[in-house]
Design a protein around this ligand. Structure first.
Ligand SMILES: [Mg+2]
Length: 310
């Protein structure tokens, strides 16, 4: 299996694995037996049902495949098709959408202006754009784009829904990290390079960068689990994702550890899975086989790989 397949499948299988546990409090997960791809619970969806994180990722990939590049208006139109018609969903209906994303889609539907639909207040820095950034990371890396070009695509993509500099910078940090992972670095090396990177201030300014100071420290993996939050705030999500990835030694272990953190389990699992799927592979077949619309997903990944490698 190609490594690009591993990163996308790692993401999507992680999302589906986490869906039933979304919203669980950490202490309530202690009595759960976690290890198989189950369904129902929070969203009452059958096993293998992936959520908005995967739907918006597929909507982005489909647009890039059809346009042979990034057309932001077209991506936004695909988000509207997802929201209104249930396209890019596991079972034909939408069951999960973030508040900020929903507001942005409704705004776009009313005035059709992609420059104005993104939500840009400090309180709008949820992880809803971060969780659809994997296609951007893959495309910019395999097209050998410069940091300036990469930042531009990250900013334009995130800003369709989340336009505050803190959200855009969080997406850029994830994309930079994934570039190091794709280049063959270990998770530890990629993390060290990500926090040593000196140019965040030039792109996002001092104020937005200052939010990430705690995240971008040498000893993140040594923090206690009690210091790791999974609130849905982009900074918390990134911290949880890097913390789990640094402390796991296989794909399977990383996904189970992500669920155990609770709350935004599907997004944490998806983003961690994008990292550990690529690095470790060995995504359990018994999980992959349960994924809804598996053939459709594999076909989309293959086409996206072709476009990114051209
Ligand atoms: Mg979700």
């Amino acid at each position: 299996m190609s490594k690009i397949r591993d990163t996308f499948l790692g993401f999507i299988v992680g999302d589906a694995f986490g869906v039933p546990y979304e919203g669980y409090q950490r202490q309530n997960l202690k009595k759960e037996k976690i290890g198989e791809m189950v369904g129902y619970k929070t969203h009452n969806e059958p096993p293998g049902s992936w959520s908005d994180d995967t739907s918006m990722t597929l909507a982005t990939m489909d647009s890039v495949i059809n346009n042979n590049g990034y057309d932001y208006e077209d991506i936004m139109k695909n988000f509207c098709c997802w929201y209104s018609n249930g396209e890019y969903t596991a079972s034909g209906k939408l069951f999960d959408i973030g508040k900020i994303t929903r507001t942005a889609i409704l705004k776009y539907r009313s005035d059709e202006n992609i420059k104005k639909c993104g939500q840009g207040n400090i309180s709008d820095n949820g992880n809803g754009s971060l969780s659809r950034m994997l296609p951007v990371a893959v495309y910019t890396y395999y097209k050998s784009m410069s940091d300036d070009e990469t930042y531009e695509i990250v900013k334009n993509c995130s800003s369709l829904t989340h336009s505050h500099k803190v959200a855009v910078l969080g997406c850029f940090i994830y994309v930079k990290f994934m570039h190091y992972i794709f280049s063959g670095k270990t998770i530890r090396e990629a993390y060290e390079r990500t926090f040593k990177y000196r140019h965040y201030v030039e792109y996002a300014g001092i104020r937005a960068t200052s939010y990430y100071v705690k995240l971008l420290t040498k000893n993140l993996d040594k923090l206690s689990v009690d210091d790791i939050s999974t609130s849905g705030f982009i900074l918390d999500t990134l911290q949880a994702v890097f913390w789990v990835a640094l402390n796991s030694r296989s794909y399977e272990e990383s996904i189970i550890n992500s669920v155990k953190l609770g709350r935004d389990a599907d997004t944490t699992c998806a983003l961690v899975g994008s990292i550990t799927g690529f690095v470790y592979g060995n995504i359990p077949d018994r999980w992959v086989d349960k994924i809804k619309k598996k053939d459709y997903i594999l076909d989309m990944i293959d086409k996206y790989e072709d476009i990114s490698m051209q």
